[in-house]
Every structure is written in structure tokens, then in C-alpha cells.
Design a protein around this ligand. Structure first.
Ligand SMILES: NC(=O)c1ccc[n+]([C@@H]2O[C@H](COP(=O)([O-])OP(=O)(O)OC[C@H]3O[C@@H](n4cnc5c(N)ncnc54)[C@H](OP(=O)(O)O)[C@@H]3O)[C@@H](O)[C@H]2O)c1
Length: 293
């Protein structure tokens, strides 16, 4: 397949690019800077220069494609408007393709809100964190579009060897000699390793029916206190106990979207396992943390 990816240098997108190339797919990737373009080229992708905030500048130059994977976001105050403008330009361009492309849209586990002890599935009503509520009409638009065969993936919290959602823990350990946790040690995060999530995208690309959605969670929910302590051990911080900070503090530091770090959630990846044969292999994040360089 020829796949066009948005966000191919991100925590979610980089492992997807790698997985697609390894399986012999042809990858075209959007890049907004020369630094991103170099990384993508080094990984074997063909680069299209462009910014998701100015889609009218590059959508006319799209090659014939079989699928789009959208995993780009700048997490700024304008992210909702940028995504709306992107789809406004991209969907008509895709409608002009001779064969209707598949479109994998990246939603997120935070759209399910705090679940307490109930494990959310794709059928659970959404209760998005306010900063990401805009994603719901966006993915609904993709699922209902006649221009593409829309599929939505809701990733759990994604970690990769060089960071993902764990990057902040490692940085805290090195810079603050202590690891901070938002809300409480008991907050549970559903987790998935970037490589496992990439395999889910590849499976969905090949097998998911149009208008379907999948939660990409390898582990339903892991207490963040245990993860923070694993980082404290690995980096031998003086303070082994996590430092608890408020969601107001993390929102002031990173933006309103970061309040999602305080969500106590359990999410199920059972549908992807059952319907797509997804078999995540990274099921012991604490061992991964212990092995970090
Ligand atoms: N990470 C998670 O745990 C997680 C979980 C669930 C859902 N999600 C969702 O998945 C999406 C991607 O998240 P992520 O964690 O992979 O983010 P990330 O690591 O910050 O990567 C963002 C990607 O988007 C690209 N990008 C940002 N602004 C752009 C622009 N204006 N034009 C072109 N490209 C742009 C970045 O390219 P550059 O190389 O130029 O920076 C990068 O490739 C987000 O919508 C997020 O909410 C993430």
C-alpha cells in the first residue's frame, strides 16, 4: 500500500512509519521542518513539505494513495481549529482520488474520561477531557465521510524507548532528582508500547472495516505511582517517593490538555485483540524502565 502519514515523527507516528516500511509499504510523510524531513527520509519515507495548519498549500500535491494515517497534533491552543481546517482541505482532496482511501484517525483514551473501576470499551459513552473534546466531532466526521473509509484508533498512554508519556518521568528524575505524579499515586493509566500500537495501526490498515473504532490498550490500567518509583530506582534519585502535584500545576506548566494526566482510567484493548488478532508483546513496563539507557 502507499500510505500518507501526518505526524510521522511523533511518539505514535515514528513507530508506525518504521512498522509500515518493515512490512514493505510505501510511506509518504508530511514534514513541517527540515529536521523532521531528515528523520523521515532516514527512516525510508518520501517527504512532502507542509504544515497541518496550512493544508491548502499541500493537499493539491498529494500523490495517489491507498490510505492516510493522521497522528499529528501540536497540543497548542489552536489545535481544534487546526484539525478542523485540516479535514476541510484534506477530505475534498481525498474525494478526488480515483479509489476511496482508508483514513485512520487518531483519537485518544482521554476521550473516555475517568472510568473508576469500570473498564471502558469502544461502546462506552465518551466523556472527553475538555481540552480534547474537539476530537469527537472530528473523528465522527471521518467515520461518517463518504470520501474515505474511516477508522478510529484510540491509543492508551503511549511509551517508547525514547520516551512518549514516560519522557517527563525520566526528565524529572535527571533534572529534579525526584519524579512527579499528577493527582495521586493510585491514578491508573492504560498503557501501550509504541511498537505494539504501530502493529495495531498496520492491522487496522489491512483488516478493519470502514466506520470501526478500536482502543489501543495493551494494559488496562497501571498505577502511575509504581511507574514513578520504577523511574526513581532506575535513575537512583535521592527521593524515591513520588512527588504529588495538582492538575492545576501541570496545566500551568504544559497547557490545559495536560489535565488528562490526572485521569484514573481502565481501558480495554479486547476488541482489537479479538477482531484484528492484535497481540501486544510489551506487557511489563517496569522492566522496560529498568533497562533504559
Ligand atoms: N502519546 C500518547 O500517549 C497519546 C495517546 C492517545 C492519543 N494521542 C494523540 O495522538 C496524537 C499524536 O500524539 P503524539 O504523542 O504522537 O504527539 P507528538 O509526539 O508530539 O508528535 C506530534 C506529531 O505531529 C507533528 N506536528 C505537530 N504540529 C504539526 C504541524 N503544525 N504540521 C505538521 N506536523 C505537525 C509533529 O511533527 P514535528 O516533527 O514537526 O514536531 C509530530 O510528528 C495527538 O492527537 C494525541 O492527542 C497521543
Amino acid at each position: 500500500m502507499r500510505v500518507f502519514i501526518l505526524g510521522g515523527t511523533g511518539s505514535i507516528g515514528s513507530p508506525i512509519v518504521r512498522a509500515l516500511i518493515e512490512r514493505g509499504h510505501e510511506v509518504w510523510a508530511l514534514a513541517r521542518s527540515e529536521a523532521s524531513a531528515s528523520k523521515l527520509r532516514a527512516g525510508g519515507a518520501t517527504v512532502m513539505a507542509g504544515d497541518i495548519a496550512a493544508p491548502e498549500r499541500w493537499t493539491a500535491g498529494l500523490p495517489l494513495i491507498d490510505a492516510v494515517i493522521h497522528a499529528a497534533c501540536d497540543f497548542g491552543n489552536e489545535m481544534a481549529a487546526i484539525d478542523a481546517r485540516l479535514l476541510d482541505a484534506l477530505l475534498p482532496a481525498l474525494a478526488a482520488q480515483p479509489k476511496r482511501p482508508r483514513f485512520l484517525y487518531t483519537g485518544g483514551g482521554w476521550l473516555f474520561g475517568a472510568t473508576g473501576d469500570d473498564v471502558a470499551t469502544e461502546a462506552t459513552p465518551l466523556r472527553p477531557v475538555p481540552a480534547f473534546a474537539w476530537m469527537v466531532p472530528q473523528f465522527t466526521r471521518i467515520l461518517g465521510s463518504r470520501d474515505v473509509d474511516g477508522i478510529v484508533i484510540h491509543p492508551a498512554m503511549v511509551y517508547t524507548p525514547d520516551g512518549g508519556v514516560f519522557r517527563r518521568f525520566a526528565r524529572d528524575a535527571v533534572e529534579c532528582d525526584a519524579v512527579r505524579v499528577v493527582g495521586s499515586e493510585q491514578v491508573r493509566w492504560p498503557l501501550v508500547h509504541g511498537a505494539d500500537l504501530a502493529n495495531l495501526y498496520v492491522l487496522a490498515l489491512a483488516h478493519a472495516p470502514a466506520r470501526s473504532s478500536y482502543i489501543g490498550a495493551a494494559l488496562d490500567g497501571v498505577a502511575v505511582g509504581g511507574i514513578a518509583r520504577a523511574f526513581a530506582r532506575r535513575f537512583r534519585t535521592s527521593h524515591q517517593e513520588p512527588v504529588i502535584i495538582s492538575s492545576d500545576a501541570i496545566a500551568a506548566e504544559l497547557g490545559e490538555w495536560a489535565r488528562g494526566y490526572a485521569l484514573d482510567q481502565l481501558l480495554s484493548g479486547a476488541k482489537a485483540r479479538r477482531d484484528l488478532g492484535w497481540t501486544p508483546t510489551y506487557l511489563d513496563p517496569e522492566s522496560e524502565i529498568a533497562r533504559l539507557p
